[in-house]
Design a protein around this ligand. Structure first.
Ligand SMILES: NC(=O)c1ccc[n+]([C@@H]2O[C@H](COP(=O)([O-])OP(=O)(O)OC[C@H]3O[C@@H](n4cnc5c(N)ncnc54)[C@H](OP(=O)(O)O)[C@@H]3O)[C@@H](O)[C@H]2O)c1
Length: 300
């Protein structure tokens, strides 16, 4: 056999072997797939924060969970809207719903929430709430007190919730935690810099927690949505092809729980992430994102 043919034969054998190993791995994963029903694993109660707005992602999660007959503790700062959402869910899905109106930026909020959830078997925690000022000032133009309040709501509260209910779940040996971060948490995002930094905190916290809880029976997942239609006309200046509806974001995330550690929903967001991470330097990606934000928020 010529040298050329020998090289082809070795390369072919290597590819064949790699294929066989991958196939065997897939088969092993398939046989180890957890067949426990969703509501048994992540029920009978779930907490969803930031669930008051009818068009929001939090309420999207609440609807899907109610559809799977999981009872809900809904937390938000908007008391009246929360009561309205709770009534809708009870009426449409015949589940139990406890609306808890809370400012998650208050240092002692967890005592109130623990009292409200006392005796409930919480199988799923979805940290979804967020606060960012609607005029999205540049970092140094935003008052320092506002930076601190955002850290309390978006970083401190996420930590407190995941720590408190995560420990309960680990003790039971089952459960799930979804941390709703953002594509803005993957790189510095100008004109919403504080939000971007808060989202990066949630992202790293969630990924690390996912690894640390492997084998504990508690599944952790970070959700990093791109632009999602939840804010009325506030996002109208961004390119339309980048926008997603709430439904597919929620469906893909719940399908990924227990399977994946990260969901970047939708093909466009996935493609944009590959382009930014693999085909641009980090500096180029920050520049491109900054220009997009300047256009979307009409800043420059
Ligand atoms: N929509 C998007 O394009 C997009 C993109 C990427 C990531 N995300 C993330 O997805 C999640 C849901 O976003 P969404 O667009 O669906 O927003 P949303 O409907 O506005 O949900 C956030 C909820 O959290 C509430 N909240 C604010 N401060 C609070 C506090 N101190 N205590 C308790 N609740 C408080 C908000 O009330 P107020 O309205 O009164 O502030 C609001 O009801 C967020 O974590 C967001 O960062 C959204």
């Amino acid at each position: 056999m010529s040298k050329r043919w020998q090289t082809w034969a070795v390369a072919g054998a290597a590819v064949g072997m790699a294929g066989a190993i991958l196939w065997q791995r897939r088969q092993q994963q398939a046989t180890h797939q957890d067949t426990t029903p969703f509501s048994t694993k992540y029920g009978p109660w779930a907490i969803v924060t930031g669930a008051a707005r009818a068009e929001g992602i939090g309420y999207g999660f609440a609807r899907h969970l109610a559809g799977r007959q999981i009872n809900l503790v809904l937390v938000d700062i908007l008391a009246d809207e929360l009561e309205a959402r709770a009534a809708e869910l009870r009426r449409n899905y015949l589940v139990k719903v406890r609306p808890v109106a809370l400012d998650l930026g208050q240092p002692d909020f967890i005592n109130r929430l623990l009292a409200e959830t006392d005796g409930l078997d919480i199988g799923l925690l979805i940290c979804n709430h967020m606060y960012t000022p609607s005029d999205t000032p540049p970092i140094l133009d935003m008052p320092l007190e506002m930076h601190h309040r955002m850290l309390d709501i978006n970083a401190r509260a996420y930590t407190t919730l995941a720590h408190t209910y995560g420990r309960q779940m680990v003790n039971k040996g089952r459960g799930g935690i979804i941390l709703v971060s953002s594509g803005a948490g993957m790189r510095g995002t100008a004109y919403t810099g504080a939000y971007s930094a808060n989202k990066a905190y949630q992202f790293m916290f969630g990924e690390a927690l996912w690894y640390e809880l492997l084998g504990s029976g508690v599944d952790v997942l970070v959700l990093a949505p791109g632009l999602t239609r939840t804010q009325g006309d506030a996002l109208d200046n961004y390119p339309a092809f980048m926008m997603m509806d709430v439904e597919p974001v929620v469906t893909e995330t719940l399908a990924g729980l227990g399977q994946k550690h990260l969901v970047i929903p939708g093909p466009v967001n996935k493609l944009l992430e590959v382009l930014s991470a693999r085909f641009m330097s980090r500096r180029q990606a920050v520049m491109t994102t900054g220009k997009l934000m300047a256009q979307g928020l009409q800043k420059e």
